[in-house]
Design a protein around this ligand. Sequence first.
Ligand code: 5GP
Ligand code: MN
Length: 322
Amino acid sequence: MSSPRMREIVDAIRARQRFVLSSHARPDGDSIGSQLAMTYALRALGKEVAVVNADAAPPPLMQFPGVPEITVAPAVDGTYDAAIIMECSDLARTGVSGLDRSFVINIDHHPGNTGYGQINWFDSTAAACGEMVFDLIRALGVPLSRDIATHIYLAILTDTGSFHYSSISPRTFDICREALEAGVDPVLVARNVYDSNNMGRLKLFGAVLSEMQIDQTGRIAIVYLDHAMARDAGGTYEDTEGLINLPLTVKEIQAVVFFKQVEGDEYRVSLRSKGDIDIGGVAKEFGGGGHKNASGCTVTGAIDALQKLFIEKIEAAIGVRV
Ligand code: 5GP
Ligand code: MN
């Protein structure tokens, strides 16, 4: 799909040589896949590319081409002709400083993007930012190499929650079909993403799920993790990737809230919901954001009071009367 914004980005890229790419802190499959697909495409055009992220990719994603070479740093060094920021509703979400010294190209599919770039392209109908990157790469006239296709497929597979979420469209499958025709092995991608856990991760899942609480309506699962629990289970916070989706596999559960202690009274909150329940709206009330079915925020307070507050807001989002 072509859009005037995308044509502007094509022209801006053609006119420039040195690029820095970034995405949000604690990168996921869509942020990694979008950045690396873009990297390989720009290199195919003879451009110089650096990728700078605030945090390392989760260990399973390290198995994909180019991911171990990503620079993990809190700031960019040097000057670039343009910074391409993908998957970030505001520039601070990168956790990387100095990106605004360059011409900023903002590519995102999150509703509520603040439009911080010199060029801003959003498409909240895209199931993954990787769908937008696919279109851009096509518009740049770069053939779909196996590495590019693998990263596009990784972005879509992970951001749709393995084809579970409502943003999936016929285009999603058109792009995946093209990715497979370009040589992607979907079995290998899925195995790398989902079947390369360490034992500490499994034990951590067990510890967190055994402490899970259910609200009085029976529709909301509350999960919690602090540093002591992680240490006792032999896992790390990075190992919790994907854990939040497990309570949703129970038929009655409509939404999940996951509190992860940062330090003291500060908590990272991840939220997930099924179907029409707008959990992004709940995160927004607490200064965060995200999508209808997947969102997050950071909050400070006593955990019991926070849990009560979130349950009230989520019950309101579900529309239950108690
Ligand atoms: P996660 O639970 O995986 O950390 O986040 C799920 C989704 O919620 C992310 O893909 C992102 O779209 C959004 N999100 C998470 N945390 C924040 C936040 O602090 N601010 C904003 N604006 N969005 C967030
Ligand atoms: Mn995404």
